[in-house]
Design a protein around this ligand. Structure first.
Ligand SMILES: *Cc1c(COP(=O)(O)O)cnc(C)c1O
Length: 357
């Protein structure tokens, strides 16, 4: 039986995406070769790469003057690549969680980091709002969705300096004004596809700002742009699956539909949490993530966590154990998760509550 997959990443994928990937692993069209075997320089893969780029450009409405890259190394490598290329003297960061802290740590290897605001004082349970972006920094880096702590910023900030965003865990969940960003990156495995490929959307003008001369070849955005992500062998099969995800997103109606699906699922689960006598949410209401919904047992019930996990497991629910930094539970409701699965979780919460109250 197919499980209700609430994993934080790698994420759930739509049936049609898995089916088409499975077919391609056996044979790509009528090519007599599989996606695992074709040359990355051959016409079959060339067409896949081109379509994937075009679909992402269409779905996210990426304006002229940007390039789309499919790289290796995960979002974590972008933590280093961004400052390696763009941090000449000083950069500004928001510290909104574990991943943001990771990005800050890497940036400090390359120059001065100005942490404009941090929500660490409340275990990253809110998204900082009172900060001013300085004009004397090379760029401003944010993490739009904090996967571990369940906070999210749902608007596109205005920034006087190039705005760089780690969108690993909420990309494709709402329409985004790409023109406000100089660079957007994300590991595909949270909402865009399987692990193994990282998507980068970069404003070409940014390439002119690179002054450092000792950047290793593979870590230079310019090299990646000029070689269309093909300086070395790209993660071909992961890119294929991203294409399938994008085709699926488009077939459902694009990001407006993903946006309303996300809202519907989040409303259903947060309403259940807010009306519960046993469960309580951990993130500030106005900053709650629609992608990663974190909640814990209220005082007095904390010894019952394992019982609840056992009940959810018996319903076919997987992946809701909270990250150790928050504890409790985290239900990741990425694009491909159907609302019916959220309903199963909500029903399990009610059943559990009735049983122990
Ligand atoms: C998972 C995650 C990362 C790390 O991604 P990798 O691809 O595993 O390196 C970075 N940022 C955010 C917001 C994430 O959710």
């Amino acid at each position: 039986m197919r499980k209700h997959i609430f994993n934080a990443g790698p994420c759930i994928l739509a049936d049609v995406v898995r089916e088409n990937t499975a077919k391609a692993v056996i044979e790509l069209g009528n090519s007599g070769q599989s996606i695992l075997e074709v040359s990355h320089r051959g016409k079959d893969f060339e067409a896949i790469l081109k379509e994937t780029k075009e679909l992402l450009t269409e779905i996210m409405e990426i304006p002229e003057g940007y390039s789309v890259l499919f790289l290796g190394g995960g979002a974590s490598l972008q933590f280093a690549m961004v400052p390696f290329n763009f941090l000449n003297t000083k950069a500004a960061y928001l510290n909104t969680g574990t991943w943001a802290s990771g990005a800050i740590k890497e940036a400090r290897l390359f120059g001065e980091v100005n942490v404009l605001a941090s929500s660490e004082d409340k275990n990253f349970g809110y998204y900082p709002k009172n900060f001013t972006i300085p004009t004397d920094v090379d760029y401003f880096h944010i993490t739009t969705n904090n996967t571990i702590f369940g906070t999210e910023i749902l608007k596109d900030l205005d920034s006087p300096v190039p705005l760089i965003a780690d969108m690993s865990s909420d990309i494709l969940s709402r329409p985004v004004d790409v023109s406000k960003y100089a660079l957007i990156y994300g590991g595909a495995q949270k909402n865009m596809g399987p692990a193994g490929v990282t998507v980068v959307i970069i404003k070409n003008e940014m390439l002119e700002r690179v002054t450092r001369t000792n950047i290793p070849t593979m870590l230079k955005y310019r090299v990646q742009v000029e070689n269309d992500s093909m300086k070395n062998t790209p993660p071909c099969s992961a890119i294929f699956t991203v294409r399938e995800v994008l085709r699926w997103v488009k077939s459902l109606g694009g990001l407006k539909v993903m946006d309303s699906r996300a809202q519907e699922k989040a409303d259903l689960l947060y309403n259940a949490i807010d009306s519960s006598k046993v469960f309580v949410g951990t993130a500030a209401k106005e900053d709650r993530s629609r992608m990663n919904i974190c909640f814990v047992m209220k005082e007095g019930y904390q010894d019952k966590e394992a019982d609840f996990l056992a009940l959810t497991s018996s319903k076919g629910i997987v992946g809701i154990k909270g990250h150790r930094s928050v504890g409790g539970f985290r239900a990741s409701c990425y694009n491909a998760l159907e609302i019916a699965s959220v309903q199963v979780l909500v029903d399990a919460m009610k059943e559990f509550e009735n049983a122990i109250l």
